[in-house]
Design a protein around this ligand. Structure first.
Ligand code: ADP
Ligand code: MG
Length: 315
């Protein structure tokens, strides 16, 4: 990397997030050196946002800075981890200081809120593409997997479904939507606090990135179970309900991606425990169905002619 660009790293990427005690060496050497707290396991996740595939050309840089980190924090949340570090690989067609400033501000604000330190990365010239690796920790044995849902467990989701999908339709000019829906697309809030509360309580958990039906489907496959979900129980905001009524596009809350809510299962005998633990949280949590033995996903109060699918890049 040319020396001039090293100034960019110093200016825009050094000092993002708190200086953690557990960071032995951050930005500036060939590798970051991290010291996970004793007895904790490391959880690592990587996500890439590519222009036109994951975001629309012209999306503001501050939102991109927020979103690319939020997506990684959401994966860590889904496994109940405490996010601690991030690595950032940027491919940029040109070096625009105003773009970098805004991007860095969006990234930095979220990193500070979740006490995540940016400890390294890579900066290259090329088509606009942003990759973040999120690194978190969990006490050994407290990690939430997808694979442990059992018949009889309740199925829950955080927040509301389909809002990011409606936001995307709004951005594409395919539907009317409020600023709030667009914010849900561009500035998702990772459910880190919920994930931590679920450790030792939920039997399985996943974050909803590709659509509720597809992501719950991953829990079902991993756990080798099935599920019945009641359409009438799905958490839908007034705005999404209004859109469904106007458009008849009932698949939106089931299939649209990018909500970054958590979907999880809880054994029946722990459900009252869940209620009391959730009281302190700002986001709603809704019970939408139940795990069963028969494989597959079934709906009550809902008829679909075609099978539901989530977002797949290579289909
Ligand atoms: P190397 O060539 O040894 O891989 P670089 O010259 O690419 O190192 O990067 C120098 C330092 O700056 C490294 O510590 C690297 O992790 C960090 N760095 C590079 N780009 C970024 C970025 N976009 N965000 C955060 N840190 C970065
Ligand atoms: Mg090197």
């Amino acid at each position: 990397m040319p020396v001039a660009e090293f100034g960019l790293i110093e200016r825009f990427f050094r000092g993002i997030g708190p200086a953690l005690d557990s960071t032995v060496a951050g930005i500036g050497d060939d590798c970051a050196v991290l010291q996970p707290p004793e007895g904790q396991q490391l959880l690592l996740t990587t996500d890439t946002l590519v222009e036109k595939t994951h975001f629309l050309p012209g999306t503001d840089a501050e939102s991109l800075g927020h979103k690319v980190l939020a997506v990684s924090l959401s994966d860590l949340a889904a496994m109940g981890a405490t996010p601690r570090w991030a690595m950032l690989a940027l491919s940029l067609p040109t070096v625009s200081e105003s773009w970098l400033e805004a991007f860095s501000a969006g990234f930095s604000l979220l990193a500070s809120r979740y006490e995540v330190q940016l400890v390294g990365g890579d900066t290259t010239r090329g088509p606009l593409s942003i990759t973040v690796q999120g690194i978190g920790t969990s006490p050994a044995g407290r990690v939430l997997y997808r694979s442990n849902a059992k018949p009889g467990d309740g199925i829950y989701v955080t927040g509301f479904l389909g809002e990011a999908g409606l936001g995307l339709k709004g951005c594409l000019g395919k539907a009317e939507c409020s600023f709030t829906m667009r914010q849900r697309l561009e500035r998702p809030e990772p459910r880190v606090a919920v994930g931590k509360i679920l450790c030792g309580l939920a039997s399985a958990c996943i974050d909803i990135s590709d659509g509720f039906a597809a992501d719950l489907g991953h829990i079902l496959e991993s756990s080798q179970v099935g599920a019945t979900v009641d359409w009438n129980l799905l958490p839908l905001s007034a705005e999404v309900r209004g859109y469904l009524l106007r458009s008849g596009d009932v698949r939106l809350p089931l299939c649209a991606g990018d909500d970054y809510e958590l979907c999880f299962t809880v054994p029946r005998e722990r459900e009252s425990d869940l209620k009391s633990r959730l009281r302190s949280l700002p986001c709603p949590v809704t019970r939408v169905g139940i795990i069963g033995e028969l494989p597959g996903l079934r709906f009550e109060n809902f008829n679909l002619d075609e099978p539901l699918s989530g977002y797949e890049h290579f289909s």
